[in-house]
Design a protein around this ligand. Structure first.
Ligand code: MG
Length: 403
């Protein structure tokens, strides 16, 4: 049985309020998307995996996707259904018998659950993972006129109530019908709803209590707690440090301001650039983002975007620190070499370190800046340009105390 998988990760994660896409937020040292993907990729019975990502991630997919031959990446649509439809369009209907669909936002689903879904679909063709309701279920109606609290319309028989999860699995032909139907009812929150509407019976397979959907910051904490209880954290090298490198060079011109690490240094020439051309801030920003494998300064603050024209590079550096923090990292230390024939930097070094430390929200003791000349060699030595090499070391943020 040829099984193709669709990993739906196209959502924007608006409820999380983080600077990075929700899919790339860390749970115990690994992004949500990678956890979901790794489980799916561990299944020999899945022949190909189509991953629907938001535009910016699809344009520059994380390396764990880009290096897997079984994987295709697709730019997802505006809705979940549109994303699944675009991924489905890449499947070969003459070959694919079953399509397994999973939400990347459920990174705790186990390989065992996926296996059970594939087994079930040999007999029933269409099935979803679901949990029996344990709480008594009430249907709420309108609020009484003098209160904001909805009033119970009726109590539903709990024995027949199931809460839907993913993975969900369908025959290729049934899903094709459902996707055609979904163009007319885009409000459906899962594919099973559409397969039901298309008239095919969908079976319920017992899901997993830990298979929670991550939509809020609180869910992230719950997921980390569940992982640590299962011992998954202990076996994953979460505490391994991450290193990043950054480099930048700007040409010097008469009459421009020379800003280094947010500090203005009196000098007859200064660097040319779209922003304030703070070459030290630029190299450090790339080092920090690089250590987290979250792209570079050009991806987060493109110079084609008028918002960043004359941008305060110290503020961009500060934003980059916020981005890696949101992804679960802390900055351990930074080190940079500024290569400039002139001016002499030593009188300014401490001021630069303090300014950078404040912008980054770190102790000044972890920020090191060194000046170097190029011994008169090349453009740097002829004072035509200024260059910076920087490194940053990050580590996973210590586990938050569980609620
Ligand atoms: Mg630059």
């Amino acid at each position: 049985m040829w099984v193709s998988a669709i990993l739906a990760a196209g959502g924007r994660g608006g409820r999380m309020g983080a600077a990075v896409p929700k899919q790339m937020l860390m749970i115990a040292g690994r992004p949500i998307l990678q956890r979901s993907f790794d489980t799916l990729a561990s299944l020999d019975r899945v022949s190909e995996i189509i991953v629907a990502l938001p535009g910016e991630l699809a344009a520059d997919p994380p390396s764990f996707l880009a290096t897997n031959a079984r994987v295709k990446v697709v730019d997802g649509g505006a809705t979940r259904h549109a994303s699944v439809a675009k991924a489905f369009a890449l499947l070969d209907g003459r070959r694919t018998e079953r399509v397994l669909i999973h939400d990347a936002a459920r990174p705790l689903a186990t390989a065992g659950l996926f296996e059970r879904m594939i087994d079930a679909s040999r007999k029933t063709s269409d099935a979803i993972a679901a949990m029996r309701a344990v709480d008594t279920v009430k249907q709420g109606g309108a609020a009484a006129s003098d209160s904001q609290f909805p009033v119970i319309d009726r109590t539903l028989p709990r024995e027949s109530i199931y809460l839907a999860q993913t993975p969900q699995i369908f025959s290729y032909d049934h899903l094709a019908r459902a996707i055609a139907l979904g163009r007319k009812s885009p409000e459906a929150t899962d594919e099973a709803t559409l397969v039901e509407q298309a008239g095919f019976p969908v079976s319920l397979v017992e899901g997993e209590p830990n298979n929670i959907k991550i939509t809020t910051e609180q869910d992230l904490r719950v997921a980390e707690t569940l992982l640590s209880k299962n011992g998954a954290v202990a076996t994953h090298p979460v505490s391994l440090p991450r290193i990043g490198v950054g480099y930048d060079l700007h040409r010097l011109e008469k009459g421009r301001r020379l800003l280094l690490g947010g500090v203005e240094i009196p000098h007859p020439t200064g660097p040319i650039g779209h922003s304030d051309a703070d070459v030290l801030c630029h190299a450090l920003t790339d080092a920090i983002l690089g250590a987290a494998a979250l792209g570079d300064i050009g991806r987060h603050f493109p110079d084609t975007d008028s918002r960043w024209k004359d941008a305060d590079s110290l503020r961009l550096l500060s934003s980059a620190a916020g981005i890696v923090r949101a992804a679960g990292f802390v900055i351990v230390n930074l080190d940079a070499v500024v290569i400039a024939e002139l001016p002499r930097l030593s009188p300014h070094i401490d001021n630069i370190r303090l300014t950078l430390a404040r912008a980054l929200g770190v102790d000044v003791g972890v920020v090191s800046i060194k000046g170097k000349t190029n011994e008169g060699v090349d453009a740097l030595g002829r004072n035509e340009a200024i260059a910076v090499h920087a490194v940053a070391l990050l580590t996973a943020a210590p586990e938050r105390p569980s609620a």
